[in-house]
Design a protein around this ligand. Sequence first.
Ligand SMILES: [Cu+2]
Length: 486
Amino acid sequence: MSGTRRRFFQDAAIFGAGLLGMSSLEAQAEKSMRMRPREASHSHTPATGAPLPMVTPDILDLPVRMDGNVKEFHLVAEPVKQEIVPGRTVDLWGYNGSAPGPTIQVNQGDRVRIIVDNHLPEATSMHWHGFEIPNEMDGAPGASQDPIPPGGRFIYEFSLHQEGTYFYHSHMAMQEMMGMIGAFVMHPKNSYKPRVDKDFVIILQEYAILPNITVPNSMNMEFNWLTFNGKAGPATTPLIVRRGERVRIRLINLGMDHHPIHLHGHQFVITGTEGGRQPESTWGPGNTVLVGVAQSRDIEFVANNPGDWMLHCHLPHHMMNQMSSMVGPMSRRNGMPAGLDMERGMGMLRQGSATSEENGPSLGRGLGVGSTAEQTMSNSPLKPGNPMQHQGMQMGKPNVSKDANSVPGFPQDAFMEGPMMAMDKMVEKPENFGLRPGWSGFMAGMMTFVRVLPPDKYDQIMELREKKKGNKPMKMDMSGMEHPHE
Ligand SMILES: [Cu+2]
């Protein structure tokens, strides 16, 4: 494929379609229209029968090509640059330019062929998580096939009799922690009842990336970047729904932690797991769903309570960005610890990766051995003045009392969240229109909004999307989208 096309695909996937002047939802809808014209619909009261366009905010769908009756997809395992929040672009491994990789949508009963190319510097393997398919298609390295060597290709082909929220992922454990997962949704032959008006996918991931480093330390257990679809709050794209609509959110988790995902303002029911649709007799009301590692959970609710409602992981540390025990001390102490050079003292890597032989041990917090440069520390009083200045942020003085430093435990959130950490302008997009000024200062990690909007506000955001669509800063070569890797 050409460099331009590749770059486009990558940009679009990394930034969502927002920077292209189009919301990700619109981009998804547009793609759905082109790829599955039968099924796509812009109406919020769709005709019965056809599945609704399902969207993965900030992530593209994988284009499909028909080869007779076979739906053919092409996945490329490769290193990617992923912008988690404005100004924080990290080196992950993913598929087709993004981590998580593009979403695959198929119908129950489809026969699919997935060509997997390995553009990584090491062997990989693709596992189809929960699929009831022939053993030789399972992608278990060593057990069902040889790993796909660097530069190699493996062609998977199977028929799908299941329905539900599934996913694909590398079956190499450390690669999983570099981002190598994507959603694989099988729409049912007979529509689920009751039907939903909106259908979203959110993939939960976590990374341990020290300040000034762009490569995750896949050995580290102290995760400081927590993402929904490759974005951390406030860069996550809110889910826009019209008041009264029935909403489905499909949550998928692949990481080292289980995430209790909580929705404000509504009760929902769990209608599906990684094993497909659950019987209605099991649906009981709740507002927090624990999405365990390697699990998926579908939740559904009627969005009847207007407002901007937070949807977030409820683990406190998972509602933060760049949070690590050493960030505070590094920015607060005078100079560096004795006996360390600049690189190690400030946690910077000049060569090699965080997991390399030289760097791994000393940066591998939680592993114990050799972790001399990293240790858990309690909060300590801040020096007067304003230690943090970031371009684009609405910097100001945090609201703290005069004697704050004399209070044991201070600071907790004073310098972690608040109006002075806001970056509303930097994450501006139609889906954020009308949020309270300064909202972004309180959104981090696995956080986004479900915006339940009255008809006029909903239409306003739809109009904004349309306007942005007609005013693209970049020309989109849509023809390049169908076969991005040819
Ligand atoms: Cu969590």
